[in-house]
Design a protein around this ligand. Sequence first.
Ligand code: ADP
Ligand code: MG
Length: 724
Amino acid sequence: MLRFTALDLVSSRKPVKTELPHRRISDYFGELTFNNTAQREFLTKEAYEQVINAIEKGNRISRTVADQIAASMKAWAITKGATHYSHWFHPLTGSTAEKHDAFINPVAGGRAVENFQGNELMQQEPDASSFPSGGIRNTFEARGYTAWDPTSPAFILDKTLCIPTIFVSYTGEALDFKTPLLKALNSIDKAAVDVCRYFNKDVNKVNATLGWEQEYFLLDKALYYARPDLLLTHRTVFGHASAKDQQLSDHYFGTIPARVMEFMKEFEFECHKLGIPVKTRHNEVAPSQFECAPVFEEANLAIDHNQLLMHVMKRIAGKHNFYVLLHEKPYAGVNGSGKHNNWSLETNTGINLLSPGKDSLSNLRFLTFLINILKAVHEYSDLIRSSIASASNDHRLGAHEAPPAIISVFIGTELTRALNELENQGANKIEDGKGLNLNIPKIPEILLDNTDRNRTSPFAFTGNKFEFRAAGSSSTCSKAMTPLNLIVANQLKLFKTEVDALIGEDFSKDDAILQVLRKYVKEARNILFEGNSYGDDWVAVAEKRGLSNIKSTPQALIKGMSHKVIDLYEREDILTKRELQARHEIKIKKYTMQIQIESRVIGDLATNHIIPVAIKYQNILIENVKGLKDVLDNKTFVKLSKNQLQSIKDISEHISEIKNGVIEMIQERKLANRITDSNEQAIYYNEKVFPYFNQIRSHVDKLEFMVEDSLWPLPKYREMLFIY
Ligand code: ADP
Ligand code: MG
């Protein structure tokens, strides 16, 4: 049991001042990364060129040059005080992994020299047996390989040179998130370049760009440790609503509390040294909820930076007596946290392919990419839904405050009009035969500052990029970015094939493009929705349109493994069926385990925290009633003890409901644990175990409201949600 006195709280809530150097951001930005400037300084000309070619063209780096690079990287890292190096990768746990080795090589005379060789840079063999592999790796073959990703600069974290790498099994299967991501980014590069060439012959590289927005909650570290549910599941499984939380909308964009500001300044300082271009910070909707966002970057780099930022954030928060909650729904009843993925495509010539143009050629290019994306999302909406599925994100999706579980796309009134025009024009003119005039709907410049943004859409066009809002705050962006780039790459290829076929039939290039785009608008129209996606009427409309509304993670994951999806991944050479099945197995088992853990925590807390306290308080009431009986005459006693007796009964009822709920939930868990098929098991956990969570909670929360405050064993929402 742990209660706080006001004084305790005040002392732990003093802002922790950190002296930051009085320097301009530009003076220290990226100083802990082996960035282009450091590479120019430390690498030989030959090595530098090979690195640049690897980044820009995907060329391999030769072994001798790798030795030179390793030596230079080591020399650079030592000037920055590094003592160790580590391959840094993204295993299927969803976080990052590192195994440190010292730069040390013993030499004669009991001395040592710093050493780091090309092979240590390029490749390592960490024991992979304790990472999830979904059954791909036999236990007797524990080796996994990490291999350097030169497109993401090495960086120094805690005196350790961290080298971003991919992670694959001995037999070559991907065991991480980066490998398929890099392949999908490569696919979209090739496919988008081919389509761009219809419009601009000088384009030879297209990068996917990503700007994520990271939402999070801060909580007093001490209160975090006082809540076993937060400690074990990162969300509060019980908690009566605070009388006031976000209803006055007084937190959003409000003044950042001084203590939080100290934390933000220090964590941003650390991020900037690591080359993470964090730019925006503000209070979010829920009390103690915040957001930060960087300037967008090439997607692979942006994802590494987000993974790194989540790590740095947690570490610096600890110094300020905070704990960072990245969970999608740490508190019931107030907004949850997402990680909006702002995504676009950019050519090596500096064109944002999702920026509407000023002339008809650039507008046709813009419409080409826009419509192909709509078509891809329409075709593979179930894959997109499954890419953001997790036990924790289930609390957000469709909860009237986050994008719903129905995948739809918002494009705004102007673009809707433009697409209608495009479609209708075509219908008239195609009847006249081939050779239509190029009459591309005008797209007003107002789009660049898209004012009618629809905040309720899971996938919204916001002027010059798409914003995928359904992604959860704790997940790696790769989960959303790999499938999204893959489906669009695939779609662009199909588009090119169709257009080329029409050109072969003597259509002019522009006519051919318009013809195919018109067809796509018709086919994909159902995915477009401009209204309020949180409204109940949308659910009915979506159903009529035949759009999926997949509410739970197990169903979403199972749908995401259709033959169509497997074919797509195999055709584009991103992941094999076996790799996909392994990943599916990991995700579905993770879901089951998370629900199992939460269920245990609920059972434990209810039984040994809540019920004993309720009984204790009930006994106080019983003693009180007995005492009243002794001192009052019978008539007065009957009149005055009525409410007391009712409370005693109510408490008994809640206790009994909680006990029954826990017993039945454990019974269901036992049945669930006997199921051998992991899909069926996850569905059973979702349908039979999970419903007890809220049922038990409702009684616990009522008890919280009744029981004497000082007896209550868990910090309350009103104590946790406000930071001063
Ligand atoms: P919001 O109003 O939704 O908070 P912002 O305008 O602040 O959005 O931008 C959010 C994110 O979108 C930022 O990280 C920004 O860098 C990113 N962004 C802007 N343009 C692009 C682009 N072309 N590609 C990818 N991300 C982009
Ligand atoms: Mg946004």
